[in-house]
Design a protein around this ligand. Structure first.
Ligand SMILES: O=C(O)CCC(=O)C(=O)O
Length: 280
């Protein structure tokens, strides 16, 4: 896989994002979606387990683990962050057909309790991401700001953990809709202002948000969240490296994931104790 051109990397440094990046053929994306939907069907009457599958598809389904290691994604992530890469999360953002779910303006790194910004998200579309289906919107250049104040709304239809939203003016008229065909990806910086609207189409909008970080990063509390080691070396040992998957939807991996949910919920909800929980 060729390294992305310096023009692409320069655009990322200037704007805080790049898109579209071709990753999967439509057929490959359809197969991934089918694998996910088969797992969703298996746990349709078990919301807790269904939540784990949607929150950790890359730790439970070999097809999604393979996605996080896809040469096209790794080539871009290496060009942006360097050769050594971990995946901190691979959760899905799902908007069912004709539903009001949305994502308020936010910066990803606000509440993840990581100690620096060596992070990039690859958001891979497993169905068309259009303005009508509620694709993301990015404000170019906003990643050059440090983390700005956010307020927690816990709004019912907000897909974010705390319904957090940026509490300063957002230049919405500058926002760029990030429309993607099935199988394409966008990459965005952890300080970028971004949001997305509701899905007004008759199909689900499905995106896999893969968070690549460098191994020198750590959780501010020193605790070791679960990551996958997908490129280069880890000379630090700041995280718990997940073993290679033993199979599809295996109990050993569910146990690891449950432990990580408990740890991450503590880290992600710090300061919001007792105010109600949404995801994660
Ligand atoms: O999928 C969405 O609409 C929002 C995703 C998002 O905020 C993210 O990946 O950081």
């Amino acid at each position: 896989m060729n390294a992305p051109s310096s023009t692409v990397v320069d655009a990322y440094r200037r704007d805080g994002f790049v898109f579209p990046v071709d990753v999967l053929t439509e057929g490959e994306a359809r197969a991934l979606r089918a694998d996910l939907e088969d797992a969703e069907a298996r746990y349709k009457d078990d919301p807790a387990t269904l939540g784990l599958v949607r929150g950790y598809p890359d730790r439970l389904l070999p097809s999604f683990d393979a996605l996080t290691r896809h040469p096209a994604l790794l080539a871009m992530a290496r060009a942006l962050l360097g050769p050594d890469l971990l995946v901190w999360s691979g959760a899905l953002f799902l908007k069912e057909a004709n539903t009001p779910s949305y994502v308020s303006w936010h910066q990803d790194l606000t509440y993840w309790a990581l100690d620096n910004a060596n992070e990039v998200t690859a958001w891979v579309a497993l169905s068309p991401a259009t303005v009508a289906s509620g694709c993301m919107r990015f404000v170019p250049g906003s990643h050059t700001r440090q983390i700005v104040p956010h307020s927690d709304t816990f709004a019912a239809d907000n897909l974010l953990t705390r319904g957090q939203e940026i509490a300063v003016d957002v230049a919405e008229s500058d926002a760029v809709p990030i429309e993607l065909n099935t199988g394409q990806a966008s990459f965005h910086h952890g300080h970028l202002f971004h949001s997305s609207g509701p899905n007004t189409t008759d199909d689900r909008r499905i995106g896999a948000a893969i968070r690549y970080i460098t191994p020198d990063m750590k959780q501010k509390t020193g605790e070791k969240t679960l990551v996958a080691h997908v490129s280069g070396e880890d000379r630090y040992g700041h995280f718990t490296i997940a073993p290679l998957l033993s199979g599809r939807l295996r109990e050993a991996e569910f146990d690891l994931v449950r432990a990580d949910v408990a740890l991450k919920s503590r880290l992600l909800y710090q300061g919001a104790e007792g105010k109600g929980r949404k995801r994660g």
